[in-house]
Design a protein around this ligand. Structure first.
Ligand SMILES: Nc1ncnc2c1ncn2[C@@H]1O[C@H](COP(=O)(O)OP(=O)(O)OP(=O)(O)O)[C@@H](O)[C@H]1O
Length: 662
């Protein structure tokens, strides 16, 4: 073995480590760097995209975005989608009719004759304007109602599908850091913006339709008036684009810093860090850094506020000039007698309405463009997850498992160069208890995960009753395996649900079976001491919830594994955190009284005394099995197992061993 490589493939120290520096910055240097030196994180890749894209790019993408979101809406609720579209069109039409009716009223009012007669003549038109405006308000409310029904359906459909896919991808995918980036970005951002994007597209469509309606009204009033529309709206549009971009740029800078603050806030608030930050009195250091960052955010807020005020002033000035030119042109047309006064007044109304629509259109187009990137990202991640799902089909795994055989099985994790398992061959037979022992990182857990069908071997075969596991339906195979891990999931559910979840239910149980599993694992005494026994919620994050110790959680996890009542039981160091008596009881229960007839039990443990009674013991080292046999055979062999066993036994007797001399 080389000097730099410790046993079990774990690299040893390379060179003596030098002293650390006396002082380092808590975070990247103070100063102008509002991002605090953070790189663009995976969840921020599209932030500010609309500020970087040209107006033409944004406009070119909008039809595609609308089609894509429309398709999502159509899938989620056809009637709702039609309702939103029709109501929105009707609302825009009301706006146009309202404008036309207003011009008719103005015509009456600006006509010749005594004022009372003109007002009387204008009254029906006025009532029509009021009716149209009321109808528009009612239609807008109807759009909001239809949208409120449609939007949650889209989000729910996307969310349900997203979590279904993410929870089912093959285990190798979950080991991949890029997949984690993708999945967190999609859930942080994609799902969040999916909720908003329908409303934003509706607002965008409303603004566009209003703009078109206004343009149509202006054309009807006098074809020349349409030429004046760009004159008046383009400066307003330019100012709106500028302001929107500035806001996005600032948001990007602010967002990077905000992420860093959140990390510190979480450390200060979270239950997991609570005990340590108090006992090590780290609060002061964390609070100082938190304060430094929040002060930076405050400074950025002020900078943004001042800048926004300036941009709005510049926008208003630009818009004012455009409006001034428009009104001057309007006056010229009135003086030249090209249009009557009433039409001029109507044109003013229409131009003001188009200003509002355009500003809203620009703001919405920016948002829709950027948010659509996130929703598109979510859809891409979903497609990627679909390609990572386990294969489907194949024969169902057998109900009675007589034999599982591994033949020359090798496995390399996707991000690794060296195999975690290297040509493993072993046989597990019904009714047997097999132990895997060996140094850390030698491949025991990986081997159990291959047996459980969680990974496919890179080479060699795993067969169940003679059938290649690759030809069996993966879901049915996993149903035949119960696995208990050293760090079990602490489900924040009731104690009962923590056990019944292994049969796929949080609510329904077979009481006798649950009781038997809890008794065998020792979880019965844990649950018996809880305030609401079976119904106590096992999480302090919920009112009335209780927290368990690591050993108590281990007993619950073993009960969960036993309750599954599967023909194959894999116990991967489940008793490491249990007290010796509890551990002994669990092994007695598992080894002497298996729940399932003919159950195959695999036990992974570093406490060799616990596995001495197993039918066969396989000793792993560096991805290979270096020794196999019963405890007696292995002790007689005087090999690796014998050395490890003697070393542990000596620890208990306090006797010198000589084992470390070898
Ligand atoms: N998810 C993973 N991705 C990449 N490499 C992994 C992964 N899990 C384990 N490994 C590597 O595979 C090798 C075998 O690990 P494994 O967990 O199977 O060992 P083990 O014998 O169960 O160790 P321990 O006794 O510490 O639980 C180790 O080098 C480990 O670093």
């Amino acid at each position: 073995m080389s000097e730099n490589t410790a046993k079990g493939g774990v690299p040893g120290p390379r060179a003596p480590l030098g002293l650390p520096p006396e002082r380092v910055a808590a975070g990247p240097a103070d100063g102008d760097d509002i991002t605090d030196g953070m790189e663009t994180a995976y969840w921020a890749v599209h932030d500010g995209a609309s500020a970087k894209a040209s107006v033409r790019e944004i406009l070119a993408q909008l039809p595609r975005i609308v089609r894509r979101v429309g398709a999502l809406a159509w899938q989620a609720d056809r009637r709702g989608t039609v309702a939103v579209a029709v109501l929105q069109l009707a609302s825009a039409a009301m706006n146009a009719f309202g404008l036309v009716a207003s011009v008719a009223v103005l015509r009456e009012l600006f006509g010749t004759g005594p004022t009372p007669d003109k007002v009387r003549a204008a009254l029906p038109g006025l009532m029509l304007v009021v009716a149209l405006l009321s109808l528009r308000a009612a239609l807008e409310a109807a759009v909001s109602t239809a949208e409120a029904r449609l939007t949650p359906k889209i989000r729910t459909a996307l969310e349900v599908e997203f979590y279904r896919l993410a929870a089912h991808v093959r285990l190798e995918a979950v080991d991949d850091a890029h997949w984690h980036d993708d999945i967190h970005r999609a859930s942080d951002r994609g799902l969040y913006y999916a909720r908003q994007i329908v409303g934003q597209i509706v607002a965008l469509a409303a603004a566009l339709l209003d703009l078109v309606a206004t343009a149509a009204v202006l054309t009807v009033l006098h074809p020349l008036l349409i030429l004046m529309l760009p004159l008046s709206v383009l400066p307003v549009g330019a100012a709106a684009v500028r302001a929107a971009r500035e806001r996005f740029h600032s948001y990007m800078r602010w967002n990077a810093l905000q992420r860093r603050v959140r990390t510190f806030s979480w450390l200060l608030l979270d239950q997991d860090s609570a005990a340590e930050i108090r006992s090590n009195t780290t609060q002061g250091a964390l609070l100082a850094e938190h304060r430094r960052l929040t002060e930076k955010i405050a400074a950025e807020d002020t900078r943004l506020g001042v800048r926004a005020a300036r941009i709005h002033l510049a926008g208003r000035a630009a818009g004012g000039i455009g409006t001034g030119i428009t009104y001057a042109a309007l006056c010229a047309m009135l003086i030249g007698g090209w249009i009557p006064l009433a039409v001029g007044a109507g044109a003013v109304l229409a131009i003001q309405s188009s200003h509002r629509s355009l500003t809203s259109f620009v703001n919405m187009a920016h948002m829709v463009y950027e948010h659509a990137l996130w929703v598109g990202d979510l859809l891409t991640v979903q497609a990627r997850c679909r390609s990572l799902l386990p294969r489907t089909g194949g024969d169902p795994a057998p109900d009675r498992v007589d034999e599982i055989r591994l033949d020359g099985v090798s496995f390399t994790y996707p991000d690794k160069d060296t195999p975690a398992l290297d040509g493993i061959s072993l046989t597990l037979r019904a009714g047997e208890t097999i132990a895997f022992v060996g140094v850390n990182g030698s491949g025991k857990s990986t081997c159990s995960k291959l047996i459980a069908g969680l990974y496919d071997p890179s080479a060699g075969t795993v067969t169940w009753n003679g059938t290649d596991a690759h030809d069996l339906d993966p879901v049915s195979l996993q149903q035949r395996v119960a696995m208990v891990l050293q760090d079990p999931v602490h489900y924040p559910f009731t104690a009962l649900a923590n056990i019944t979840v292994s049969r796929g239910s949080l609510t329904d149980s077979v009481p006798e079976d649950v009781h038997a599993a809890a008794t065998a694992s020792g979880a019965d005494t844990v649950i018996g001491h809880l305030p609401d026994t079976w119904e106590t919620v096992l999480s302090k994050r919920f009112a009335g919830g209780q927290e368990l110790s690591a050993g108590q959680w281990a007993k619950i996890a073993v009960a969960r594994g036993l309750y599954k009542n599967a023909p194959v039981l894999l116990l991967d160091e489940p008793t490491a955190s249990m007290d010796p008596r509890a551990e002994h009881a669990v092994y007695q229960a598992v080894l002497q009284e298996p729940r399932h007839p003919g159950q195959i039990t695999v036990l992974i443990s570093h406490r060799l005394a616990s596995v001495a009674d197993c039918d066969r013991i396989h000793v792993f080292d560096n991805g290979k099995i270096i020794e196999s046999g019963t405890h007696r055979e292995l002790m007689d062999k005087q090999g690796e197992y014998c050395q490890m066993f003697t070393l542990q036994a000596a620890g208990y007797h306090g006797a010198p061993t000589g084992a470390d001399e070898s």
